[in-house]
Design a binder for this molecule. Structure first.
Ligand code: TGC
Ligand code: FAD
Length: 387
């Protein structure tokens, strides 16, 4: 069972028995099934496909999806805690689950035709099918409203053209949730593996999220049937999905920080320099206290945002606050943890550099740190500073 030294404010007392039960079972799964294999996959640059069915059996896909479509129908807090534990293992595995839950199953349940819900959601929930989410394009990252991918109405459906980039799970996906412009307005389509003109080449040579598949999506005159169109109009379609996923990341980042904190405490207590454990030096304690302090604050933020979401009283700005703060906190914690581990901190015997490198992507995807600053800046001043 994982290190228990990161519940200083006894937040566990605020969680229900059911929420803690799920958290603890995912924690155990991560300790037994992910941590022992993940460094090897990271070094090889492979996603651990052997985990997909197991994660499905554990109920890690469709956590919030209604039970009638094979989901668990659980609340936001349960989802957040599951993401925290998965990211304690690796951000790539958490990314896989974030995409499947928030960026694929959420929009299918919210916006797809009943026929497509019944076709895809049970398979996605069990891990028998994999999904991906295509919003970002080579020339449109932070500003997706400028996207060039486009659809034209044809008899019985749409003709889709364009390209997406940086798509998690792209080459693995059986179904892609793709955002494109139709008559100048953004809308969504379900593009299925094997549709003529659709390809998803994998992007290689990443230094970050190496245990995760990242791909391009290419659409050349892909005929998408009418029934595959999502019933949503405008940028609020993809942004509503990002709201779900960004919330999960705010919890997830805490998991990565917990893992490097645990490693730092253990290392500092056992590493002897100048005849005593380095944990006994004031400067080292300052570093350990900093990580501990920041994790404790991040936990309170994530907890509160989850409960606001459950009561329906949240604003997207709450989620920007949590994603922005918690990911920065986790990235800084890795940097400090690496210092505490000295030279050993760069070895893959310790989880530090893997988490640090992963979090560079997490800092940038789902809205960069700066984009969330601007969302909050607009919230407090009333003045948009995006352009
Ligand atoms: P703006 O005019 O502000 O808004 C357009 C419409 O959207 C509505 N809206 C939202 N709706 C739901 N949820 C939210 N969070 C929303 N925020 C805004 C808004 O009310 C408006 O509705 P309507 O009815 O008036 O049309 O749009 P803008 O073009 O000015 O853009 C604002 C900005 C810059 C904040 C937005 O474009 C943005 O968030 N950019 C960042 C892009 C981003 O996050 N991309 C992520 C790609 S997916 C990804 O990274 C997955 S990683 C997966 C993994 O591996 O885990
Ligand atoms: P840009 O938008 O070009 O930004 C570059 C820099 O400029 C950033 O520092 C940014 O903050 C800054 N900047 C941009 N605009 C402003 C402004 N107005 N004011 C101040 N600063 C600004 N996308 C998907 O659609 N689906 C996925 O599954 C997915 N998975 C990903 C997986 C990985 C590993 C990575 C790295 C990315 C993934 N993304 C995905 C893409 C991700 O969402 C984008 O990288 C992100 O939105 C930023 O876009 P960009 O990289 O084009 O950076």
């Amino acid at each position: 069972m994982a290190f228990q030294g990161t519940d200083f404010f006894r937040i566990d007392e605020l969680y229900s028995e059911e929420e803690l039960m799920v958290r603890n079972s995912v924690r155990e799964f991560v300790d037994e099934q992910i941590i022992p294999i993940i460094e090897e996959h990271y070094m090889q640059g492979t996603f651990p496909m052997e985990l997909v069915e197991k994660l499905g059996n554990l109920g890690m896909f469709g956590i919030k999806t209604s039970e009638k479509y094979g989901g668990a129908g659980a609340n936001y807090t349960t989802y957040g805690l599951a993401m925290q534990e998965l990211e304690r293992g690796d951000s790539g595995v958490r990314s896989f689950a974030s995409v499947q839950n928030s960026l694929v199953m959420f929009p299918i349940e919210a916006y797809a035709s009943e026929e497509k819900k019944q076709e895809w959601l049970p398979k996605l929930a069990s891990g028998k099918a994999i999904g991906c989410f295509g919003l970002t394009e080579p020339d449109h990252g932070s500003n997706p409203s400028g996207m060039l991918s486009n659809a034209k109405k044809i008899d019985g459906g749409y003709l889709l053209n364009g390209a997406k980039m940086w798509i998690t799970n792209g080459s693995l996906a059986d179904v892609a949730v793709v955002w494109a412009k139709l008559d100048g307005r953004i809308t969504g389509f379900l593009v299925e593996k094997g549709m003529k003109g659709f390809s998803a080449p994998e992007m290689k040579n990443k230094h970050s999220l190496r245990a995760s598949v990242t791909s391009e999506l290419i659409f050349q005159d892909v005929e998408v049937p009418e029934i595959n169109r999502l019933n949503v109009d405008g940028l609020k379609g993809p942004l509503s999905c990002l709201t779900q996923a960004r919330y999960g990341i705010a919890y997830g980042a805490i998991g990565a920080a917990m893992q490097v904190y645990e490693s730092s405490i253990n290392y500092a207590k056992s590493r002897i320099q100048f005849d005593k454990p380095i944990a006994g030096f004031q400067l080292v304690q300052d570093k350990l206290v900093h990580i501990f302090d920041e994790i404790s604050k991040a936990q309170l933020i994530a907890y509160r945002v989850g409960r606001l979401m459950e009561s329906g009283n949240f604003k997207p700005e709450h989620i920007s606050f949590a994603k922005r703060n918690n990911v920065k906190m986790a990235l800084e914690s890795c940097r400090i943890a690496r210092e505490v581990h000295g030279a050993n901190g760069i070895l893959n015997e310790y989880p530090i550099m893997r988490h640090a490198n992963n979090l560079e992507s997490v800092y940038t995807y789902e809205g960069t740190h700066d984009i969330h600053t601007l969302i909050l800046g607009q919230h407090i001043t009333g003045i948009p500073a995006f352009k």
